[in-house]
Design a protein around this ligand. Structure first.
Ligand SMILES: [Zn+2]
Length: 184
């Protein structure tokens, strides 16, 4: 299947054609997500992780438009949903966390303006972008620093052994995020 998220595209062209992206893929299509997931899985020594997490679904819906009459700023709005393998920071068992987050992104130059506070900003100066990067950024930003099972009742056996106020000594995402930022 052709993945429209992998093309190098100009935001202005997407806005000109009022492009709508409706893509169903899998975590395996996203390199950064795969790296994060691999790190998460490896963090659980000896865990019986048999599920093929690369096949977890990623659903992306995005529409592009010009935000301003002067056609200087492109907006991309929509939603992304993905099932990502994480480690519960309460019971240390791996589980699939479904992240469902809106995307509100602007593409343009010098967008440091309070009028755009409702949006995330992707500074571009007429260069092409790869939408996969935009989607990954949104998912990474939506990840909780300390993922937890919904309720302690479905936590693993260790839930009973760890007091609720157990200090969060490991925050894998915080470190990962910092490292990925440094790489950009
Ligand atoms: Zn748990």
């Amino acid at each position: 299947m052709v993945n429209p998220l992998l093309y190098r595209v100009l935001p202005s062209e997407l806005a000109d054609s009022a492009q709508i992206i409706d893509f169903r893929g899998k975590v395996g299509d996203f390199e950064r997500l795969c790296k994060i997931s691999e790190t998460e899985i490896k963090a659980v020594a000896g865990s019986a992780q048999t599920r093929d997490w690369q096949d977890s679904a990623v659903r992306v819906g995005l529409s592009f438009a010009w935000l301003d009459p002067g056609m200087r700023i492109v907006s991309a709005t929509g939603q992304v949903t993905a099932g990502l393998p994480v480690v519960c920071q309460r019971c240390l068992e791996p589980f699939e966390l479904v992240i469902d987050t809106p995307i509100r992104m602007l593409f343009g130059e010098s967008l440091d303006d309070s009028r755009y506070a409702d949006y995330d900003v992707w500074e571009v100066d007429g260069t092409a972008i790869v939408l996969r990067d935009v989607v990954e950024e949104a998912l990474v930003m939506a990840m909780p620093l300390a993922p937890l099972h919904d309720a302690s009742t479905i936590c693993g056996r260790q839930a009973e052994e760890i007091p609720a106020e157990y200090p969060e000594t490991t925050r894998p995402f915080e470190d990962l995020r910092a490292r990925m930022k440094a790489k950009d």
